[in-house]
Design a binder for this molecule. Structure first.
Ligand SMILES: C[S@@+](CC[C@H](N)C(=O)[O-])C[C@H]1O[C@@H](n2cnc3c(N)ncnc32)[C@H](O)[C@@H]1O
Ligand SMILES: [Zn+2]
Length: 326
């Protein structure tokens, strides 16, 4: 599966890697060893400082966490939104999904792209996925036969400069301790980026968080761990991209305060086998919520993204001027 070893670099010192065996990389400079285990390249050095939240990503949403897993698997619904913002004539031969999780997005994305000879489609020849969570990558390994999977920290991606054409970063930047480092890494790697920011610096989110806190205080429960380390407004997202040396070329704002996942029935255990009454109940609720949010959007359009949570998809290109975060 790892056929492009020449583009791999050491995430610690950026040195080149030697490959003394089929399943082993060793940094030619700092001698750090990186094994390949069951088709996943483990480029997360044990000494990595950024392991604070690792346990959470290793446990949440995988294997026996059925509800979490269904919700994560549902994330493939993002594919049409990504295709909407991507320019039709983009030519990308290599693509990297940062924070690829269980590979659900990449699997669907690669399937939905028209075959390379069709004009206007990105003819991806090689795909890469990087994530910090080994259990999620093991799931990705099961569904992504041809993709190079890397376990690593996206604040230091073990790939050489300009080795990728298109980077996809969906719902990951808010999880990263230093978002500007992630963007700096992406800019180093690729000229094209599709990124999704959850817009959560909103009135709705503050209200929801306070309500959740109060409920837990009343029930005498400890506060919930929130893996979202950062909260964005549309403006903050654009500023961050601008500072990192990206130019926004296209955008799509998904105005669904309860999140896009709500639009995807399997995420809530609704399948063909679900009894009709239960299915109807879900669809009625979904219809009401969608209609209400669309109505609200009609009246509040200019302020909507400050009031209610949204999803912001952006297609951005590396700008000519260099990033100010360098
Ligand atoms: C909310 S999930 C999004 C997954 C996927 N991109 C999607 O849109 O469905 C965030 C992912 O980021 C990964 N992650 C969090 N911190 C990371 C880090 N520092 N380096 C690499 N991956 C990280 C998590 O393991 C998780 O799979
Ligand atoms: Zn090294």
């Amino acid at each position: 599966m790892i056929s492009q070893s020449s583009i791999f670099i050491c995430p610690i010192c950026r040195g080149n890697l030697d490959m003394p065996a089929d399943d082993l990389y060793v940094c030619a400079t700092c001698r750090q060893v990186y094994p390949v285990i069951n088709g996943i390249w483990d480029a997360l050095p044990k000494i990595s400082a950024n392991l604070k939240y690792l346990n959470w990503y290793e446990e949440e949403g995988v294997a026996d966490d059925k509800t979490g897993a269904a919700k994560l698997n549902a994330q493939r619904f993002k594919v049409p939104n990504v295709l909407t913002v991507l320019p039709e004539c983009l030519t990308a031969r290599t693509c990297l999904d940062v924070g690829c999780g269980g590979g659900w997005f990449l699997e669907e994305f690669l399937k939905r792209l028209p075959a390379p000879p069709l004009a206007g489609s990105p003819p991806i020849k090689h795909s890469f996925g990087i994530d910090i969570s080994l259990p999620r990558l093991r799931e990705a390994r099961r569904i992504l036969a041809g993709t190079t999977l890397i376990r690593g920290d996206v604040e230091s991606i073990p790939l050489a400069d300009d080795s990728i054409d298109l980077v996809i970063a969906l719902d990951v930047i808010e999880h990263i301790e230093h978002p500007e480092m992630l963007l700096k890494e992406i800019r180093r790697l690729a000229p094209h980026l599709v990124i999704k920011f959850p817009i959560e610096d909103t009135f709705f989110e503050r209200f929801r968080a306070k309500l959740q806190w109060l409920k837990r205080v009343i029930r005498n429960r400890p506060p919930l761990f929130n893996p979202h380390l950062h909260c964005f407004t549309v403006k903050k997202a654009y500023q961050l991209l601008g500072r990192a040396g990206f130019e926004v070329k296209n955008k799509l704002l998904i105005d669904l305060p309860f999140g896009e996942t709500f639009m995807y029935p399997p995420a809530y255990g609704i399948t063909e086998q679900t009894p009709l009454a239960q299915k109807m109940d879900f669809h009625i609720k979904r219809f009401i919520i969608k209609s209400l949010s669309q109505l609200a959007y009609l009246f509040l359009a200019p302020f909507f993204s400050r009031l209610c949570n949204c999803g912001l998809y952006v297609y951005a290109m590396r700008s000519k001027r260099s990033s100010t975060t360098k």
